[in-house]
Write a protein that binds this ligand. Structure first.
Ligand SMILES: *[C@@H]1O[C@H](CO)[C@@H](O)[C@H](O)[C@H]1NC(C)=O
Ligand SMILES: *[C@@H]1O[C@H](CO)[C@@H](O)[C@H](O)[C@H]1NC(C)=O
Ligand SMILES: *[C@@H]1O[C@H](CO)[C@@H](O)[C@H](O)[C@H]1NC(C)=O
Ligand SMILES: *[C@@H]1O[C@H](CO)[C@@H](O)[C@H](O)[C@H]1NC(C)=O
Ligand SMILES: *[C@@H]1O[C@H](CO)[C@@H](O)[C@H](O)[C@H]1NC(C)=O
Ligand SMILES: *[C@@H]1O[C@H](CO)[C@@H](O)[C@H](O)[C@H]1NC(C)=O
Length: 552
């Protein structure tokens, strides 16, 4: 099993948000006077980017109140509309949540250099505590239709478009919406048949503080309040989508939750956290699954790391309740400076801080396999279909980008190969266990393997289809960092089309496209492979793909 360091590393890789903010500000705004959308968070005008003329963007909507002061280290609280009914005209993506890039990751493909950081980078520097925002990208025609609709909302739902809610990765420590390879307007422009909602949630210290003062008997309520707040943020965002998406032309009865890496852990984990009222109808989990969650967990009874941070921020030597109160009063800018400071400064990087999520029995649990096997609708939503995947070379994302001969090597040196293979195998074996258990209780699962090796995404030979390399295919953002090929475009279009089939009808959509359900049997030919061996798509068995071999 791999340590939390490796997994966080991986996640960080996925989420890397870095240097240049992506602005959506290059367009005209012809809709902004004619159409507005009234939501539980207020009234919003769409923004039309010249590059995506069929897409109405609502880049920055608060779904929760600013989680600061007494709302810091507390469950999210629904955003309220502006009392004067003022219209918000947002043209920029929201700033990300406070985040930090562990030094262990600085040498990997995403963090190696100016050039290579471009592959995953967004804006990880310019962040804010007031980060509980979502971004909506919807076909312009659907928004116009919903705005002019005179029929009852429930009638209108019948024509609503399917909706995907995207949960980014990043080891619960990094990431945000503003990552160029992980933005959906291009996909929505091409399909015009679905809506994508991209969600930010609290990370690291603000997302999973694991403070003694949150644990009964120290907690204010006398209950265990030591919750994973970032995961509660994700749930509130899903509730927001349920309550508001019809006003954007979406169908609240066809919401799919989609995540990658840490976001895939929680998208799959959502089936355990909210089985009674899941809201969603499907889950897509790229390179992550609930069975892998334990590797990310911190000890919920050990509050040392929170106290270390408290001491750094002037709240040292206090009892649990006083420590928590003191930390709620620390200015956001001081927390940001600590979280995002460099090695050598008083910072999370200097302290090597890695804050795992905790078992809180609300968002995360022990014994995921047992919860599936129990066949108890109160423990696991087995009726919700899952589309799950891995890439052929997951682990090349977590090793140093530069080693002797790295520019031309076609394989990793053995000491690095061991690390990369362990990472890959962990994802394969946990996914396999998830699929097998789901098959045993009659849950519908589809599986794919991504093997694209395109020079604009994988610039050196040994990288292959590393962890996150599949995302530009689905988002349609390939080609940002170099010329793309006709085959790359074909792969992207095919993957987008099949994702859409799943999103439209999670249970039957892929079956109708000739993609059978997964059984978890290594000899059954039901793993779809995209861009493996230069073929657009092929169905074959795990044994054929040399996948999941050597798992217990
Ligand atoms: C609204 O659209 C007009 C053009 O029709 C533009 O001049 C104006 O800047 C836009 N307002 C905002 C807030 O985007
Ligand atoms: C938005 O909806 C709320 C609740 O239905 C309503 O009270 C409010 O007047 C609406 N605002 C606008 C600008 O239509
Ligand atoms: C950070 O974002 C704010 C708000 O968009 C902007 O005014 C500011 O210029 C940005 N700062 C940097 C360094 O990008
Ligand atoms: C608590 O966590 C700290 C920091 O991770 C670690 O050094 C310490 O050994 C842990 N204590 C116990 C009792 O596990
Ligand atoms: C979660 O539930 C388990 C099993 O019932 C229990 O042992 C554990 O103490 C609970 N943890 C919390 C934080 O409530
Ligand atoms: C990726 O493609 C390059 C260039 O064709 C090739 O040299 C390399 O071996 C491939 N890498 C993998 C992991 O397939």
């Amino acid at each position: 099993m791999y340590s939390i360091q490796y997994l966080a590393l991986l996640a960080a890789q996925v989420l890397l948000t870095a240097g240049t903010p992506v602005s959506l500000r290059n367009g005209c705004n012809e809709l902004n006077h004619t159409v507005t959308v009234n939501t539980t968070s207020g009234v919003f005008a769409p923004y039309i980017d010249d590059a995506f003329p069929s897409v109405a963007s609502f880049p920055d909507i608060a779904y929760a109140q600013n989680p600061t002061g007494s709302l810091r280290f507390a469950p999210p609280v629904r955003a309220r509309p502006d009392p004067n009914g003022r219209v918000t005209y947002a043209t920029d993506l929201p700033l990300g949540c406070f985040q930090y890039i562990q030094t262990a990751l600085t040498g990997t493909v995403s963090f190696y250099s100016e050039k290579s950081t471009l592959f995953q980078r967004g804006d990880s520097a310019n962040t804010t505590e007031d980060c509980l925002r979502l971004s909506i990208f919807a076909p312009k025609a659907a928004v116009e239709r919903a705005a002019s609709s005179t029929v009852e909302a429930s009638e209108d739902d019948k024509n609503g478009l399917p909706v995907v809610v995207w949960i980014h990765g990043g080891g619960f420590s990094f990431g945000g919406t503003n990552v160029p390879y992980q933005l959906s307007p291009s996909w929505v422009e091409r399909s015009r048949e679905h809506i994508v909602v991209q969600v930010q949630y609290r990370l690291n210290l603000l997302g999973q503080p694991n403070a003694a003062g949150l644990v009964a008997p120290h907690s204010a309520s006398g209950q265990n309040e030591n919750l994973n707040f970032g995961l509660l943020d994700q749930r509130l965002a899903v509730e927001w989508v349920r309550d508001n998406i019809a006003s954007f032309g979406g169908d609240p009865d066809r919401i799919t939750l989609w995540g990658q890496s840490a976001g895939a852990y929680t998208a799959d984990g959502y089936l355990f956290a909210w089985p009674q009222n899941p809201i969603i109808k499907g889950v897509i989990a790229n390179s992550g699954n609930a069975i892998a969650i334990p590797a990310y967990l911190a000890d919920a009874t050990n509050h040392t790391l929170f106290s270390t941070v408290a001491e750094r921020l002037g709240c040292g030597g206090l009892g649990p309740a006083e420590e928590l109160a003191c930390m709620r009063a620390v200015p956001a800018s001081d927390i940001k400076d600590y979280i995002q400071g460099s090695v050598g400064e008083t910072s999370a990087a200097s302290d090597g801080l890695v804050l795992g999520t905790v078992i809180d029995n609300v968002t995360l649990f022990s014994d995921y396999p047992g919860r599936i096997s129990a066949q108890d609708a109160g423990l696991y939503a087995s009726h919700i279909p899952l589309l799950t995947s891995t890439t052929t070379d997951e682990g090349t994302a977590i090793v140093p980008y530069e080693f002797s001969g790295s520019a031309t090597a076609t394989e990793l040196p053995s000491e690095l190969a061991g690390i990369a293979d362990g990472f890959t195998l962990n994802l394969e074996c946990t996914a396999l266990q998830d699929i097998k258990l789901r098959a045993s209780v009659g849950a519908t699962t589809y599986q794919f393997l991504y093997g694209g090796n395109f020079s604009d995404i994988s610039p050196v030979p040994w990288l292959g289809a590393y962890h996150t390399a599949d995302l530009p295919m689905v988002f349609g953002t390939y080609g940002l960092e170099g010329p793309s090929t006709a085959f790359e475009q074909q792969v992207s279009h095919r993957m987008q089309d099949l994702y859409l089939e799943f999103i439209k009808d999670p249970s039957e959509g892929l079956k109708r496209s000739g993609w059978p359900e997964s059984t978890g049997k290594l000899e059954d030919p039901n793993i779809m492979a995209f861009a493996v061996d230069d073929k657009l798509q092929q169905l074959a068995s795990a044994n054929h793909w040399n996948w999941g071999q050597g798992c217990a």
